[in-house]
Design a protein around this ligand. Structure first.
Ligand code: ATP
Ligand code: MN
Length: 464
C-alpha cells in the first residue's frame, strides 16, 4: 500500500486508489448508524480529509471511538468520491492504527478558537492549527521564490558570517558574543579585557551581511545572502524581531535606478509565485485574517510599476496632506510607519519606492549625491507593513567614504578591508535588504511579526 499525503488524496485523480495516510486527528463525529467520521490533517495542505471508520473495524470500540483532537494515526483505506459538501474525496478506512493519544482534558488545542497571543505560549503546538500551518507553507513558498528569482537572474548565493567583529554601520543595537565570564574577568579601565576573549576582540551577532556581500559582489558581480540577522533593539512593535531573516542582494555595476528596478521585479516575482502556488492558503488568509490580502497581492503582481518618489517629494506630500500624524513631518526627519502607510494605503494605494534620503539620517556607506544633502538610498514601502526593503547605491569613492566615516565617528582601522574594495578596482555598486518576516506578514495579512516566524525572539521571550 502506497503512502499518500492528505493533499494528494484530495485530488479527484486519487479516487479508487488504496492508500495509507498518516497524520493527526482534528475531530471525530459518531453517527448513530454505527460508524465514525474522522477529520484528519497532516500539514500537506490546509484542508482535512474525512475518514469513514466503520464499526466492524477490529479496534473500533477500543481505539477509534476514543480518538480526540491531536491523536496521531495511520489510516489505510480506499479513496472515494465524497457526497459531502465542500469536499471531493473521502477515505473508507480498512484499518486505523493509533500511535499516540492526546488527553482532551489537557491538550490545549480544542475546537474553540484561541487568540494569537495565547497561541504564542504554545509555540510547540501552534503549527498544528490552520493558521500556523498555512503561515509555514506560505513562508516556505516565499523562500523557494527568493532562491529561484536570484538563481534565474544569474546571482551567486554567498554565505556571510553570523559572528562578526565589524560593529556594522549602526543598523541596530548588536548582541555581543563572548566566552569570557564577565563576572570573573579582570577589567581594563572598567571594560572587560576583550583581548582575552575567543576572537581576541569584541565580537557580535551580525545585523546585516552587506559589507561582506560587497566583498563578493566586487569580485563576482551579482550575489545574494539569505540568512539570520540579529538586532538587540529593545522595541516591542508588531514589525520588529530580535532575530529575523534577511535577503541581501549586492550587485556590481548597478546604480540606484538599477537597484530599484531589481527590487520591484523581485517583489512582483514573489507575489506571482505565491498567487500561483498557495491558492488555498491565501484564500484562507483573505477570508479569516484580512480581506485585502488577495487584492494587494494582485496589485503588486500586475503590470503597473511601483510609484517612485524622492524623499523631498514625499515630505511635501505628507506636509500638505491634511492628515493628523502623531509625528509631524519636516525635511530631514526619518519617516515613521504612519507616514509610510499613508503613502501606500491612502495616497497611492500601491507600493511606493522612496529614494534620495537626507544624508544625516543614513549610514556612512551610502553614495553622496552632488547636492551634498542627500544620499542614494531607497526604501520600498507596501500597504499594511510599511518599509519592507531598505537599500542604496554604495559610496565607491575612497575619499568621500573616508570623509563620511569621519563624520560619523567611525574608526577607519576597523574597516580597512572595506576601504580596500575602493582602493583596488572600485566600481559603482548597489544592494538592498528585504526582511523575510515582513514579506510573510504582507502576503498573509498577519498583523504581528511574532506570528510569521516559527520561534519569535523579542525582548524577554525565548522560551522555545
Ligand atoms: P525599520 O525602520 O523598520 O526599523 P530599518 O530601516 O532599521 O527598519 P534596515 O536596516 O533597512 O531596517 O533593514 C532592511 C530590512 O530588514 C527592512 O526593510 C525590514 O524589512 C527588515 N528589518 C529590519 N529590522 C527588522 C527587525 N527588527 N525585525 C524584522 N525585520 C526587520
Ligand atoms: Mn531601512
Amino acid at each position: 500500500m502506497e503512502k499518500f499525503s492528505v493533499k494528494a488524496v484530495r485530488e479527484s485523480s486519487a479516487v479508487g486508489r488504496e492508500v495509507q495516510l498518516q497524520g493527526w486527528i482534528r475531530t471525530r463525529r459518531d453517527s448513530k448508524a454505527g460508524f465514525s467520521f474522522l477529520e484528519m490533517n497532516d500539514g500537506s495542505c490546509l484542508g482535512n480529509i474525512q475518514v469513514i471508520a466503520d464499526a466492524d473495524l477490529a479496534n473500533y470500540e477500543s481505539d477509534v471511538k476514543k480518538l480526540t483532537a491531536g491523536c496521531s494515526v495511520t489510516v489505510a483505506g480506499t479513496v472515494k468520491l465524497s457526497g459531502g459538501k465542500g469536499q471531493s474525496t473521502e477515505i473508507q478506512a480498512t484499518s486505523v492504527e493509533v500511535h499516540g493519544g492526546a488527553d482532551p482534558e489537557s491538550f490545549p488545542l480544542q475546537k474553540k478558537r484561541h487568540s494569537f497571543e495565547k497561541l504564542r505560549e504554545w509555540a510547540h503546538l501552534r503549527p498544528r492549527t490552520n493558521t500556523f500551518g498555512a503561515v509555514a507553507r506560505v513562508r516556505n513558498e516565499i523562500c523557494k521564490a527568493i532562491h529561484s528569482f536570484y538563481q534565474n537572474e544569474g546571482f551567486l548565493y554567498v554565505h556571510t558570517p553570523i559572528i562578526t567583529t565589524s560593529d556594522c554601520e549602526g543598523a541596530g543595537e548588536m548582541f555581543k558574543v563572548t566566552t569570557l565570564d564577565l563576572t570573573q574577568t579582570p577589567s581594563k579601565d572598567g571594560q572587560p579585557d576583550w583581548s582575552r576573549d575567543f576572537f581576541d576582540r569584541p565580537s557580535f551577532l551580525t545585523v546585516s551581511g552587506q559589507l561582506e556581500a560587497e566583498v563578493f559582489a566586487t569580485a563576482l558581480g551579482k550575489v545574494y545572502t539569505f540568512g539570520p540577522t540579529f538586532r538587540a533593539e529593545n522595541s516591542n512593535t508588531s514589525r520588529h524581531l530580535a532575530e529575523f531573516w534577511m535577503i541581501e542582494p549586492e550587485m556590481a555595476f548597478y546604480d540606484l535606478n538599477d537597484n530599484m528596478e531589481l527590487a520591484e521585479n523581485f517583489m512582483k516575482y514573489i507575489a506571482r509565485q505565491v498567487l500561483e502556488h498557495c491558492e488555498e492558503d491565501l484564500g484562507f488568509f483573505n477570508q479569516r485574517i484580512d480581506d485585502t490580502v488577495l487584492e494587494t497581492l494582485e496589485t503588486i503582481a500586475d503590470q503597473q510599476p511601483f510609484v517612485r518618489l524622492s524623499y523631498s517629494e514625499a515630505v511635501e506630500c505628507l506636509a500638505s496632506c491634511q492628515q493628523n500624524f502623531e509625528f509631524p513631518v519636516t525635511w530631514g526627519v526619518d519617516l515613521q510607519s504612519e507616514h509610510e502607510r499613508f503613502l501606500t494605503e491612502i495616497e497611492f494605494k500601491r507600493p511606493v519606492i522612496l529614494y534620495n534620503y537626507p544624508r544625516t539620517i543614513k549610514p556612512f556607506y551610502m553614495y553622496c549625491n552632488d547636492d551634498e544633502k542627500t544620499v542614494r538610498a531607497m526604501d520600498v514601502l507596501v500597504p499594511r507593513v510599511g518599509e519592507i526593503i531598505g537599500g542604496s547605491q554604495r559610496e565607491d569613492r575612497l575619499e568621500v567614504l573616508k570623509a563620511r566615516m569621519a563624520e560619523q565617528d567611525l574608526d577607519q582601522d576597523n574597516y580597512w578591508w572595506y576601504l580596500d574594495l575602493r582602493r583596488y578596482g572600485t566600481v559603482p555598486h548597489s544592494g538592498f535588504g528585504l526582511g523575510l518576516e515582513r514579506v510573510v506578514q504582507f502576503v498573509t495579512g498577519m498583523t504581528n511579526i511574532r506570528d510569521v516566524i516559527p520561534f519569535p525572539r523579542t525582548p524577554g521571550n525565548a522560551e522555545f
